[in-house]
Design a protein around this ligand. Sequence first.
Ligand SMILES: NC(=O)c1ccc[n+]([C@@H]2O[C@H](COP(=O)([O-])OP(=O)(O)OC[C@H]3O[C@@H](n4cnc5c(N)ncnc54)[C@H](O)[C@@H]3O)[C@@H](O)[C@H]2O)c1
Ligand SMILES: N[C@@H](CCC=O)C(=O)O
Length: 548
Amino acid sequence: MSSSAPLFDSAIGPVLKAQNEPVLGYAPGSPERAALQRELESQSQSAASIPLVIGGDHIDTRARVDLAAPHDHGHKLATVSQAEGKDIELAIEAAMKARQEWSRWSLQDRSAVFLKAADLLADKYRQRLNAATMLGQSKTAQQAEIDSACELIDFLRFNVQFAQEIAAQQPNSSRGMRNLTDYRPLEGFVYAVTPFNFTAIGGNLATAPALMGNTVIWKPAATAALSNYLFLRLLEEAGLPQGVINFVPGNSSEISARVFGHPDFAGLHFTGSTTVFDELWLKAAQNLKSYKSYPRLVGETGGKDFVLAHASADVEALAVALLRGAFEYQGQKCSAASRAYIPASLWPALRQRLLEDVAGIKMGNVLDLSNFMGAVIDDKAFRRIARYIDLARQGAGARILAGGQADASAGYFVPPTVVQVEDPGHALMQEEIFGPVLSVYVYEDARWADVLRLVDTTSPYALTGAVFARDRQAVQEANGALRHAAGNFYINDKPTGAVVGQQPFGGARRSGTNDKAGSALNLLRWVSPRTVKEAFLPATHYRYPHME
Ligand SMILES: NC(=O)c1ccc[n+]([C@@H]2O[C@H](COP(=O)([O-])OP(=O)(O)OC[C@H]3O[C@@H](n4cnc5c(N)ncnc54)[C@H](O)[C@@H]3O)[C@@H](O)[C@H]2O)c1
Ligand SMILES: N[C@@H](CCC=O)C(=O)O
């Protein structure tokens, strides 16, 4: 990197308009299916070794943990190096060193790295990253394609567009002066702590601050290390300079203690559970006075996402939305439909159609592409979900209508489970389960207004939600009454599957800071703008006209 590179970009060329990456279908006989199957076979042959990546060095540590396939836990996929205290100090040093040059690169030059990364992912790396996501996180071909290929490519391309639009926003200048906004990166490093469930989210949390000129410490979820490390290698191939993103899998608490104790900590880019985000926020607060600047804390967290049906809803569309919304990726999307409110008049027809479809769902090893569902991520998740199913089985006021028999003998399999509850305040209607469990409350049609209040007040979260109605008045009422109940609100569609550039994603209340991943709003959190005024003809005496 040259130190004569420009300090900031005020002159930006025409903004490149991003397009969403088309989703491939993987139908039998298609070239993408054959390529994916070859890659799955190749990655299944032997266990990978995943190092730390600090300042461009790939470091194998003595402390390591094994990573297994969730759908076949006897199959070891990788051994993952574990960062310890001194590694974190080195990673922070590397980030601060790389910052000196990276923060001076022009936005155009930084953008080129991420645009090249998007192109590499759309082509050479597409099936490699999809296969790693399928094997490591137990996604089907469709679920991997919309995540590790399309959503991640979209994040990379749209963020470049949004960053350029931000840079082009400049203040007015009047005669005798010029004014500029210099979109500086934060003065320090950013800590990206990422979840297991979306390879795209991991990639975005690390790259969005980097695009804005920051350097990053990336702590991936242990169970997503295979796909996340492969993405880091892709970034290296795209030309990301050493030390800009430092990859440190390892013990979360130990890593966080070092990071939050460092005076150059400038921002947290987190996605995961509400409990962990609370913990990290408190750590930052405890250390606040030791930081150079007030850190930016961005966290997208849990959800208890609803589907509310009005008596005018289309039953077929509702049934499909519930099934896909609740059970795709085993219900492990923060956006997953988890509580449903169904009018009594529709329930008999809906129940029949939903249970018939659920009975036809195929679940199993994701190497078999005919499966609709794989396994949940690990033993801890399996046990948590099983506890909720037991609550439904044993507690009064709940009845299991489908599923319920979880089995962890070969992989962590939890079948799609539908529970009907009598009490709309049941724990199954309030708490995030993060598994394939859909709780249904059936209400009297005439109590629509009460149900709107119930949906709004039952759970502390406010991430996604959907209303199904053909009656326009009902749509309007739900849209108004549930304005603060979801950051992403859907009308006659499932509450999952937000697309970058189309439905910017994030929720409020206990679902996070709602900084909308994959939008300009998020990128603005990673800059600390400086206003520059230059006077061409500065005043040469201090007196004003009224003094004459
Ligand atoms: N709102 C969103 O956009 C969104 C998107 C995806 C997932 N999620 C949420 O994420 C959760 C599921 O993902 P998960 O199981 O990976 O979440 P998690 O909170 O268990 O883990 C998230 C990350 O935090 C790390 N972590 C855990 N304990 C930590 C600690 N004490 N200090 C520092 N880091 C720590 C984990 O290792 C992981 O990297 C769900 O609650 C889901 O709703 C939210
Ligand atoms: N874009 C995804 C985000 C899911 C989070 O886990 C969705 O909208 O379903």
